[in-house]
Design a protein around this ligand. Structure first.
Ligand code: ZN
Length: 97
C-alpha cells in the first residue's frame, strides 16, 4: 500500500518522541499500541478535539525544513489563510498572550 502522502512527522503526544503520524497526534507505534489496548479514547480525535495543535506543530516542522507556506499548508490540509495564522503564531509565541 502506498502511504506517501501520510508520512507526516509529529512529536508524539504520549511520549514526546518524533515519528510518523499515526492518528490523534500519536506516532504510529504508539497509536497502534493504544488502539490494540482499547485506550485510544484518552486522546482527543484530531478533527474535533483540541483544535489545530498538532497541525501547528506539523506546520512548524515543515517550515523548519524550509518548505514554503503554500506547500506546508497543502501537506497538513489547511487553507492558506489558516497557514498564515499559524505563521503569525509561530513568529510571536510569547508576545501573543
Ligand atoms: Zn508515544
Amino acid at each position: 500500500m502506498s502511504d506517501i502522502k501520510t508520512t507526516v512527522e509529529v512529536t508524539c503526544w504520549c511520549c514526546g518522541e518524533p515519528g510518523i503520524h499515526g492518528g490523534r497526534g500519536l506516532r504510529r507505534a504508539c497509536y497502534s499500541r493504544y488502539l490494540r489496548a482499547g485506550t485510544l479514547d484518552q486522546f482527543p480525535p484530531l478533527k474535533t478535539g483540541l483544535p489545530c495543535l498538532w497541525r501547528l506543530e506539523e506546520y512548524a516542522e515543515l517550515r523548519n525544513r524550509r518548505i514554503s507556506v503554500r506547500v506546508a499548508a497543502e501537506r497538513i490540509g489547511v487553507s492558506k489563510r489558516t497557514a498564515e495564522r499559524y505563521e503569525a503564531r509561530l513568529k510571536a509565541p510569547e508576545a501573543a498572550r
